[in-house]
Design a protein around this ligand. Structure first.
Ligand code: FES
Length: 181
């Protein structure tokens, strides 16, 4: 059996890694050549106090993963292509799920998975956001600290992590504008 840490990210899709230091609140525009663009929209005081961020997803290609920072924590956003969605849904009723949940229950729109990128074991940041990083056998994320593996719905498939990657509060303000917080 191969070492799971050596399983590379699939070459079928491009996975971008974009880490945005938005410690407070800002507007993030993701585009091919306009990165990063932070805090350009003078958010209102109430938005600032609520710690909300808005992210323009229009430049995030299908198959790409990006990372944002929200309230000091990494947020993983995965623009999932059909194959990755199908992989998640295929295991909705798998009796081996450690923390059972359907893919639909973990997403508001199937093509966008939004999770807090903190391993639910002891808080490491799982690998899988950068191209070439190990993602584990379920094509999601791999935590190198103690070997937990997550699938393409962010469900834990191998411990010691006890539960799925947590979901942040978020909403789609429009088809391409995501609000977190
Ligand atoms: S912190 Fe991720 S497996 Fe322990």
């Amino acid at each position: 059996m191969s070492d799971i840490s050596e399983i590379p990210v699939s070459n079928e899709t491009r996975r971008d890694f974009l880490y945005v230091a938005t410690a407070t609140t800002g507007a993030v525009a993701l585009g091919a050549a306009v990165w990063p663009l932070l805090d350009q929209m003078n958010p209102s005081a109430d938005v600032l106090s609520a710690g909300k961020i808005e992210i323009d997803l229009s430049g995030v290609e299908s198959g790409s993963r990006i990372t944002l920072k929200w309230q000091g924590r990494p947020i993983f956003i995965d623009h999932r292509p059909e194959a990755r969605i199908a992989l998640a849904k295929a295991d909705d009723n798998n009796p081996d799920l450690i923390d059972p949940a359907t893919d639909a229950a973990r997403t508001q729109r199937a093509e966008w998975l939004v999770v807090i990128g903190v391993c639910t074991h002891l808080g490491c940041i799982p690998l899988g956001q950068k191209e070439g990083e190990p993602v584990g056998q379920w094509e999601g994320w791999y935590c190198a600290c103690h070997g937990s593996v997550y699938d393409t719905a962010g469900r834990v498939r191998r411990g010691p992590a006890p539960r799925n990657l947590d979901l942040p509060p978020y909403n789609f303000i429009s088809d391409t504008l995501l609000g977190i917080g």
